[in-house]
Design a protein around this ligand. Structure first.
Ligand code: SF4
Length: 419
């Protein structure tokens, strides 16, 4: 991929300096958020960059995680959760993926696992991430969340902490996981040589509950016919939800997002620009984390992506008086972690809730969690009269992204939706 001279210079800098520059000048550096129409995305960039810079400046506070691990317990210890896959996504946006993939492939016998994890391992081995005090693994959502932390812990020679998450969401699972979280807290106490402050835990659970309520309001607002189309930005909300839920920053981000969406929706309502007659699409999985024209292919007057599966939340109300049980319920209720049947029922629910005619999946190469279920999703939706398109590509590796082929398939799919 051709990069401008400023980009090439940035890529040669030590990471701490790079994030210092991004922190102070990110508005002047082009990235894949350029086309955003939401003002709150400036806050998004600021939060992600500031948090990364803080991590580079606080070596005794950083703990590496993988995606989906709730951050609340880590915030209760005043730690800085640093998701390796989210870092891979962010570094991918500024052009660092290829070096990381080459490094990872030189270290592993197997190279057929997903690029988020291959890049994570490569970045770790290349010394691109802030130094951690420990690394967390957990058998949750995807098997790589066990394998990658184990490999990374060996590379940097740091302690590995593990959280065991049951697959089934049943009566025995909640007490089992709540007790697992208590043991996890003991491991964190040993690692940080500090005691968990119950008041701090209470505060983060209260923040997480405020965030949950605001996200539910946002998701409801997006059901109305005058809601704006925001898919390119909306796939990033998931990043904030992962890193910042439990922090005051998370509450502020989602509140500002809600207020801005409400204001835009009211403006669209006054102009009577309804999406009622458009073909509505539900989005599965993620997106390219590199410059591409991908989402432009969906921007026309006849179609609209109305919601993303990743932004669906299902965890029940969090009770600060029962923090461990509440967090156990939150973790275990994530539909990605449960059976394929559960995920199918959620996708069907989303098509009903958002009155969708079609579902599109941007399926990341090497993702067994998603890709194995694709034929079943297609059949179930088609039986229900809902069109389905699977786009096999890669979120991080631009060399796998074939724009011409993808464009042809999307255009044919969109055309049959109109008729
Ligand atoms: S894309 Fe799939 S394999 Fe990769 S991190 Fe996500 S769930 Fe795991």
């Amino acid at each position: 991929m051709n990069r401008s001279l400023p980009h090439r210079l940035l890529m040669r800098m030590p990471m701490k300096w790079l994030f210092f520059i991004l922190k102070n000048f990110h508005r002047f550096i082009p990235n894949s958020q350029d086309n955003t129409s939401l003002k709150v995305m400036n806050l998004y960039s600021k939060l992600v960059i500031d948090n990364t810079y803080k991590a580079f400046c606080s070596p005794n506070k950083v703990i590496w995680t993988t995606i989906f691990l709730p951050s609340e317990i880590l915030y209760a210890f005043n730690l800085i959760p640093f998701s390796m896959e989210l870092a891979s996504g962010m570094l991918g946006e500024i052009g660092f993926t290829q070096n990381a993939l080459e490094k990872s492939d030189s270290l592993c016998d197997s190279t057929d696992f997903c690029t988020f994890h291959r890049a994570s391992l490569g970045h770790v081995a290349n010394g691109m991430l802030p130094k951690p005090i420990g690394i967390i693994s957990y058998n949750y959502i995807c098997n790589n969340n066990v394998q990658t932390p184990k490999k990374c812990a060996a590379v940097v020679n740091k302690p590995l902490l593990h959280l065991d998450v049951p697959l089934e969401n049943d009566n025995e699972a909640i007490p089992f996981l709540a007790s697992g979280i208590r043991n996890f807290v003991k491991d964190l106490e040993n690692l940080t040589k500090s005691k968990l402050n119950p008041e701090k835990l209470r505060e983060v659970v209260i923040n997480a509950e405020k965030t949950r309520k605001i996200i539910l309001k946002i998701n409801d607002l997006r059901k109305v016919e005058f809601a704006p189309s925001i898919v390119t930005e909306a796939l990033n909300f998931f990043v904030i939800r992962n890193i910042f839920t439990g922090s005051q920053e998370g509450v502020v981000f989602f509140q500002k997002l809600y207020e801005e969406l409400l204001e835009i929706t009211e403006k669209i309502r006054k102009l009577r620009i309804s999406n009622k007659d458009k073909s509505k699409i539900i989005w599965l999985e993620y997106k390219p984390c590199y410059k591409s024209e991908f989402f432009n292919l969906f921007m026309d007057k006849d179609h609209e992506i109305v919601f993303e599966e990743m932004n669906y939340i299902e965890w029940p109300e969090l009770n600060p008086e029962e923090p461990f049980e509440s967090l156990a319920k939150k973790i275990i209720s994530c539909h990605y972690n449960q059976t394929g049947e559960k995920r199918l029922s959620i996708i069907e629910k989303l098509t009903d809730d958002y009155k969708a005619d079609a579902v599109v999946s941007f399926s990341n190469w090497g993702c067994r969690r998603n890709n194995l279920l694709i034929p079943t999703i297609k059949k179930r939706l088609n039986d229900k009269g809902i069109s389905f398109l699977n786009i096999d590509s890669d979120s991080l590796d631009p060399t796998v992204y074939m724009h011409g082929q993808i464009k042809t398939r999307i255009e044919a799919f969109m055309e049959q939706l109109v008729h």
